[in-house]
Design a protein around this ligand. Sequence first.
Ligand code: HEM
Length: 222
Amino acid sequence: MRKNTALESSQAVNLSTKFQIRVIWFCMMFFALQASTDGLGYIFGPLERFDPAFSEKYQANLSLVRTHAVFSATALCTGLLAFWQQTWKGHVHALVGRIYGLGVLVGGITGIPMALMAEGGFSSRLAFLLQACLWLITLTLAVSFARRKKFASHRRFMIRNYALTYSAVISRLLLHGLQQMGMGFLDLYPILSWTWVLGLAAGEWWIRFSKSRKTLFGRPGF
Ligand code: HEM
C-alpha cells in the first residue's frame, strides 16, 4: 500500500516536471521565433530603419549581415526542435541537426568579422569574438562525438552550443528591458555582450539537472 502511494507520488512529480519543462520549451520557442522574425524584418527591411550607430557599417556589409542573420535565426529555431523528444525518431533528428549545424557554421563564421566591427568597443568585440569561436568549437566537438557514436558527450556539447545560440535572445530581451527602465544603450551594450557566459552557466546547470532527472524519471529531454 505504502509502496503504491510512493510510486503514484513519484509518477505525479514526473508528470509535473515534464509539464513544466514543456512549458519552458514553448516559451523558449516563442521568444526564439520573435527574435528571428524581428531580426530578419529589421535586416531585410528598409535601409533607413537601421539604427544610426549601425547604419553605415551595415549598409557597407549588407550581404555579410544578412547572411549572418538568416543562418543564425535558422539555428536558433531548429536547435530547439532537436531537443524535442518526438524528433529523436528515425532520420528526423539527423536532418534537423544538419540544418542546425549549417546555421551555426555559417552564422559563426560570419559572426567573426561582425565581432571585429561591433559597437561597444573592445569589451563587446572580445565578447562576440569569443562567443563566435566557442560556437564553432562546441559544434565541431558535438559533431565529432556523434560520428564516434559517443552520444552522451554529443548531447553535452550540443547543450553548450545551444546555450551560446540562445544567449542572443536573452541579451536582446535584457537590452530592451533595461532600456525601457531608462538605462543607456552605450552603457549596456559592452556589458550585455557577455550574456553568453550566463547562458553557458545555465547550460551546465541543465546538463546536471537532466542527468539527475534521467536517473529519477527516465529519458532526459523535452
Ligand atoms: C551565438 C553566436 C552569435 C554571435 C557571435 C553573433 C554576433 C553578432 C555580431 C557581432 C553582430 C553585430 C553587432 C554590432 O554591430 O554591434 C550581430 C548582429 C546580428 N545578429 Fe548575431 N550573433 C550570434 C547569434 C545570433 C543569433 C542566434 C541570431 C538570430 C536571431 C542573430 C541575429 C543577428 C542580427 C539580426 C543582427 C543584426 C541586428 C542587430 O544588431 O540586432 N545572431 N551578431
